[in-house]
Write a protein that binds this ligand. Sequence first.
Ligand code: ZN
Length: 131
Amino acid sequence: MKQIELQKKSAGYSVATVGNPSSFEGKAFIKELMGTTSMEISFGSLESGQAVPFFHSHKQNEEVYIVLSGKDTFILDGEEVAVEAGSIVRIAPSVSRCNKNTGMEPFVYVCIQAKDNSLEQSVAEDAEIQQ
Ligand code: ZN
């Protein structure tokens, strides 16, 4: 299958799949496919020993990485941080970042980008419970 397969899209919602997320390979973004307007989400993977080939920061978006499988080391403003399946890493826009798969298995993650300080309400403040 494709990296991300759109299953249904209407004016109000969209549904897609990456299949078994722990066996995802490559890099794929959902914004264009699914029509998100407040965030970008990507699935990514690195093979054992593979590193992202550049350091980067962002102009306005913070990022949250959610580790689905494997082990990895992030370098965040020069500081090494080891992570593994289940880890969640939040990174402010200006922080220089790179990461390398330090385990023997593929490293698979989800990365969520959203504008720093843009969230005005969440959970109970934003939800409207309907009967
Ligand atoms: Zn980034």
